[in-house]
Design a protein around this ligand. Structure first.
Ligand SMILES: Cc1ncc(COP(=O)(O)O)c(C=O)c1O
Length: 362
């Protein structure tokens, strides 16, 4: 029987497995969020995040999941009379467009089939047809395991559409995949911490360019909780506008220090190595769902070419080994399954998991 006090080890694409030493950070004595100790914690953490994201611009901490920053990006940087181009290639990039519409903004869609990537040529062709204030992209589409060629798209955007703001959902990419915010010329990037930061859910990290912050001053009705101007004002004092999830920030501080000690190149390579291993297994035992050139280094979506009962295999592994991996997302349920290889999951963990799946299928 399910028991939340004895949960399975997570190989789902978020929340991911959290190390005991990270969990310990969440039980440190609490701090007053307007006190000097908190400012020290916040300042240190933001400085480390700037190194991790390769930016000298603003980095903020939001006590919300990443969905809050979806909304914040639109409400702060797109006016009601402006149009945003949403590039869509799966459940989460589709939702970004829904969020923009729910904020009353005009949305134009660039949609590819689930499992395909968005290319620079497609974005170029679409942007050439209209007057867009911003474009949204998902770096790594968690529902399909596709990594979009965001470096190439960004190069095209910088060359041909420098006036268009660029908002990037890097929820399942940040830390696991290269991300040079300033060099890419992005205006907003965000992620929640339950993915490759490997912290329990409850906090999101986001970076905002100077020009996007300037723009937000001109946008009326930015709302209250995600008002970037309030984040900037509080950030200048190493604070957040409202009471933050301090235990999560302590855990984030701990994880950022570990990441920087390893070095970001090393972190990305570690993810690539885990991905190579899982992809090799997937190709031998099943097939990849994503085209290999765009297959993600943080999760692998496996095409269920053998017609196995995915739900039953997941349940069997939980019963025998107390681990779970992910079924396919939404309409891809049972047709695919997903294995996360991000954060503090190790190659040895993956070897165990895949051998248990093999045993179950034998
Ligand atoms: C790519 C992507 N974007 C956005 C979200 C939403 O993030 P959150 O659940 O932290 O709000 C997710 C969640 O899995 C995601 O994978």
């Amino acid at each position: 029987m399910a028991d939340w006090r004895n949960p399975p080890k997570l190989f789902i694409p978020g929340p991911v497995h959290v190390l005991p030493e990270v969990l310990e950070q969440l039980s440190r004595p609490t701090l007053g969020h307007r006190g000097k100790e908190y400012a020290q914690l916040h300042g240190e953490t933001v400085e480390m995040l700037k190194q991790i994201l390769f930016t000298k611009q603003s980095v903020f901490l939001s006590t919300s999941s990443a969905s809050g920053v979806w909304e914040g990006s639109i409400r702060n940087c797109v006016r009601q009379d402006e149009t945003v181009l949403c590039t869509m290639c799966g459940a989460f990039s589709d939702k970004y467009a829904d969020v923009a519409r729910s904020c009353g903004r005009q949305v134009d869609e660039l949609k590819v089939e689930w499992g395909q990537a968005v290319t620079p040529e497609m974005v170029d062709a679409k942007l050439a047809t209209g007057n867009y204030a911003a474009v949204t992209m998902v770096y790594n589409e968690t529902s399909t395991g596709v990594t979009n060629p965001v470096y190439e798209i960004s190069e095209m955007l910088r060359a041909k559409y420098p006036e268009v703001l660029v908002f990037v959902d890097a929820v399942s990419a940040m830390v696991g995949l290269p991300l040079h915010f300033d060099e890419l010329g992005w205006d907003i990037v965000f992620a929640s911490v339950q993915k490759a930061f490997a912290i329990p859910p409850g906090l999101a990290v986001f970076a905002v360019s100077d020009r996007a912050l300037e723009k937000s001053k001109t946008v009326p009705d930015r709302g209250y909780y995600f008002d970037f101007q309030q984040f900037a004002k509080s950030g200048a004092k190493s604070q957040t506008p409202t009471t933050p999830a301090i235990p999560h920030i302590m855990a984030l501080n701990y994880q950022c220090a570990r990441l920087l000690k390893e070095g970001m190149e090393g972190v990305w390579q570690r993810h690539a190595k885990m991905a190579d291993f899982v992809r090799a297994w997937a190709k031998e035992s099943f097939a990849l769902f994503a085209p290999e050139d765009y297959a993600s280094n943080t999760l692998t979506t496996v095409k269920n070419t053998r017609g196995i009962n995915v739900g039953e295999v997941i349940a069997a592994l939980q019963k025998k080994h107390n681990v779970v991996f992910g079924n396919g997302y939404g309409k891809l349920k049972e047709q695919t399954f997903r294995i996360a290889h991000m954060g503090d999951i190790t190659l040895d963990d993956l070897k165990n998991l895949l051998s248990w799946i093999d045993d179950e299928l034998a």
